[in-house]
Design a protein around this ligand. Structure first.
Ligand code: ADP
Length: 274
């Protein structure tokens, strides 16, 4: 064995220790930067609807309230801003709970085709009013059972379909399922909307990221948190959501879920004793 003189050994230990501490410090710095940025983002996003509502209410108090037509118009706008604020706070809470790992997951077996049908029913009116078509890529006569948190997957599906609707002016929104031999199903939501520029594709899952702020604004301004929530929900399922898109042509968002196994479906009674 090679002899290492004691001084050299101590030197080496000090070096290893210092390198470890250095890494910890870098890590803490990153967390701190993230916190600071998050706080700045949140304050900025909260300000927008508060500022708007404030403006309408103060204008009313300054005299606009006497004109009955203006009164209704301004009250409606103030209410709309407060609704956005409510949605934003709700999404922020959801996101922070998931990020902190505080949301309990409730895994169960359910039919994803049935769930997608419910989502279609929920959106049909809204989508068709815009002159869009919404449906499946083929007929699904059989259930596809998956093992996941059904409430959260419902949220994922509604977020994706709602975005498809928001960012599509003509054409259709098509849902599909691809069952793979590995015991998974890939669920996809495809639209013929405005698509996402290639340079932004990697960023749409970041909180508050919007492709050209102005573009999303005129479109019933979402909270900019929808896809961040979707991403976290899929991570909590040890899965992920992905997107392919052609700018100007449309986008497809998809995510993968594990299929229920035959024996799990047969023994649903036993589950209650777990
Ligand atoms: P928002 O509340 O703004 O819709 P999201 O987190 O759901 O926030 O989405 C982030 C951004 O990604 C959107 O602002 C939009 O620019 C883009 N985006 C999301 N879904 C689509 C889609 N189906 N087609 C085109 N762009 C999309």
């Amino acid at each position: 064995r090679k002899y290492l003189n004691p001084l050299k050994r101590i030197n080496q230990e000090i070096y290893t220790y210092a390198a470890g501490r250095q890494r910890e410090i870098e890590e803490l710095k990153k967390v701190e930067a993230f916190r600071r940025e998050f706080l700045a983002d949140v304050s900025h996003e909260l300000k927008t609807p508060v500022f708007a509502a404030q403006g309408f209410v103060h204008t009313l108090l300054d005299g606009a309230i006497d004109d009955s037509k203006v009164r209704i118009k301004f009250l409606k706008r103030a209410a709309k801003s407060l609704d956005s604020l409510d949605a934003l706070i709700h999404d922020l809470l959801t996101l922070s709970q998931i990020e902190l790992g505080e949301t309990k997951m409730h895994f169960e077996h359910f039919d994803i085709v049935e769930m997608a049908n419910e989502v279609l029913d929920q959106f049909e009116n809204k989508v068709e009013k815009k002159g869009l078509y919404i449906g499946f890529d083929q007929e699904y006569n059989h259930p596809i059972f998956v093992y996941a948190d059904s409430e959260k997957i419902y949220r994922v599906l509604t977020n994706l379909v709602s975005n498809a609707n928001k960012y599509t002016d003509e054409g259709d929104i098509i849902l599909g399922f691809t069952v793979s031999s590995g015991g998974h199903v890939t669920v996809s939501v495809k639209d013929t909307g405005m698509g996402i520029p290639p340079e932004d594709l990697g960023r749409v899952f970041e909180r508050f990221f919007r492709v050209e702020k102005s573009r999303s604004k005129g479109r019933k301004g979402g909270t900019g948190l929808g896809l961040a929530i979707v991403k976290h929900i899929m991570e909590a399922h040890n899965s992920k959501v992905s997107v392919i898109s052609t700018f100007g042509k449309g986008s497809t968002f998809s995510f993968k879920l594990p299929l229920s196994k035959e024996e799990d479906l047969d023994s649903t009674d036993d589950d209650e004793f777990e």
